[in-house]
Design a protein around this ligand. Structure first.
Ligand code: SAM
Length: 235
């Protein structure tokens, strides 16, 4: 797989959309912003203009080195090279035009962080999956994100605003936090969805606990799924 596909390198080319993202983040001079995926750095100077500090991480060494040269004069910027999801900087605002293949990983990573606001760009289909209120279409990631976050679509973004152009359109999502979600709870909700057609009674039995209920996982609401997962993971 080439680097462009492997790392989801579809760079935003629209300065007005870049400005929209930074405005939606409502950054002030007390905020520390973390960006995953520096890319060619379209967001970097705008973020630095508003924030106290910006930390941006890029996995691709060449892009990292170019950004280090291009933005050497920004005093409140730290540019790191590596996997941004394995980096643990302190931040209160998260901004990322996410590589598409990392959207699920990013949501699960963010659920475990404490932050005040996040602005992310994701595939439109993925955002619809996160926000769905259909019990049939929901997935573990929908239940977890609706529990941990408040999410709002701020803007639809056509694929013509990127280079190279991806096949699909994107959306900008604004996220605020309801609860931090523990790793164990995330893992349990994911496991529960592999038994979605079984009865709660049988699922509970698999986890060594007794619950009398003939309902199936696909028939109970999100709150009940979280309650069940907490019981199983003893949170
Ligand atoms: N922020 C830039 C923009 O808006 O144009 C780039 C966005 S591009 C969709 C995603 C970027 O994330 C690419 O530069 C890619 O190399 C980088 N990337 C992919 N996986 C990453 C990871 N795990 N950690 C850090 N950067 C990553």
């Amino acid at each position: 797989m080439n680097k462009q596909k492997k790392y989801g390198q579809n760079f935003l080319t629209s300065t007005s959309i870049a400005k929209f993202i930074v405005d939606a983040a409502e950054i002030t001079k007390t905020d520390v912003v973390y960006e995953i995926g520096t890319g060619k750095g379209i967001l970097v100077p705008l973020l630095c203009k508003h924030a106290k500090h910006v930390i941006t991480t890029e996995i691709d060494k060449k892009l990292h080195d170019d950004a280090t040269l291009n933005f050497s004069k920004l005093p409140n910027l730290i540019i790191k090279n590596g996997d941004g999801f394995k980096n643990e900087p302190e931040f209160n605002i998260f901004v990322s035009n996410l590589p598409y293949s990392k959207s699920r990983v990013a949501i699960q990573w963010l659920l475990q962080k404490k932050f005040s606001r996040a602005i992310i760009m994701v595939q439109r289909d993925f955002a619809e999956k996160l926000l769905t209120d259909s019990m049939k279409d929901r997935r573990a990631i929908s239940v977890l994100s609706q529990y941990g976050f408040d999410m709002k679509i701020m803007k639809k973004v056509k694929n013509t605003n990127f280079s190279p152009r991806p096949k699909v359109d994107s959306v900008i999502l604004q996220i605020t936090q309801n609860y931090m979600v523990a790793k164990g709870l995330i893992e349990t909700v994911n496991k529960l969805f592999s038994y979605r057609r079984k009865t709660i009674q049988n699922i509970a039995k698999n986890f060594g606990i007794t619950i009398k209920s003939d309902s199936r996982l696909e028939d109970i609401d999100n709150n009940e799924i979280i309650k069940l997962a907490k019981k199983i993971s003893r949170i």
